[in-house]
Design a protein around this ligand. Sequence first.
Ligand code: FAD
Length: 312
Amino acid sequence: MDRRSRVRAALLEAFGEPPSENVPLSALSSFGIGGPADLFLEVRTEGELMKAVALASGESYPFYLIGGGSNLLFDDAGYRGLIIRNRLEGLSREENRLNVLSGTGLADIMREALAAGLSGLEFLAGIPGTLGGAVYGNAGAYGWSVGDVVAWATVLIPGGERRTMSRASLGFGYRDSALKRYRGIVLRASLICSPGDSRRSEAKIREILEKRRTKHPPLGTACAGSYFKNSSSETGARIAAGQLLEQAGARGMAVGDAAVSAVHCNFIVNTGNARAADVLRLADELKERVFRMFGIRLEEEVIYLRADASMF
Ligand SMILES: Cc1cc2nc3c(=O)[nH]c(=O)nc-3n(C[C@H](O)[C@H](O)[C@H](O)COP(=O)(O)OP(=O)(O)OC[C@H]3O[C@@H](n4cnc5c(N)ncnc54)[C@H](O)[C@@H]3O)c2cc1C
């Protein structure tokens, strides 16, 4: 038996049903791009997640965990391994904190905070995806990031150990966390809120959603959010990637069905049947233009998952 068959058989034995096979990743990505994953499994408890990771690791079989698939560009060739989709959902309140399982959607977290009369999470309005993905990439908007509100997170590290890490040890930076360098899977995290006024929170959320509506591509556009990170000047001032791209003449550029959004130059959108190769070529051309004009090297915010990558 080859490794794929052994992992399939082990998952069947452990979960009572086999993982799905040859699952199109395009359906699991907000970009709508990606070929088939050899094996695919959804997990709903920490135990299931840990078991799936242990089985794949035990066979040295590649695996990769995804949340909402809203910051990922999958390969045209798909994935030669096991894609695990995190469906660990739920949260509980502990005084002014929300303890949240990592597969919970950011919209649900914000809604629960609002219902509980807690404020501090309004900035999550309009950001798709799960808490785990948001902690990994320190997602945020309008001056706030998830790392600002995380008190601690419980992380599964290679070898199968669970470790509770403080905000400081999670090493948050701009669209960055230590998880990008030291491999780990967020199982749950505690978010710090403060007692609030639901009406004020609602007004803030409406304001944010309105800003996003006017400045971002329309809801439902196939994309993965801002494609590049913002840059910073020698004095540390933030330079918006969208502005650099606009000035470099990015508007209207396209490769195949991958195009620079007409609304915001830092969004690459899939206008039909874009391939990952089209997106990557367009992104390279955009980087090249910005470098030639400003001497600034843009860095991708969207994560490209190669067909042969592995999480651990
Ligand atoms: C329309 C649109 C608007 C967006 N606006 C914003 C915005 O304003 N601000 C912003 O920051 N982002 C934005 N994004 C990007 C995206 O929503 C965030 O990056 C989000 O946090 C990704 O979460 P996810 O669950 O979808 O992660 P995925 O895309 O599934 O995964 C992203 C990465 O996180 C890793 N990951 C996922 N779960 C875990 C876990 N439990 N433990 C460890 N690693 C994990 C994955 O392995 C992968 O490397 C936007 C995207 C879209 C499509």
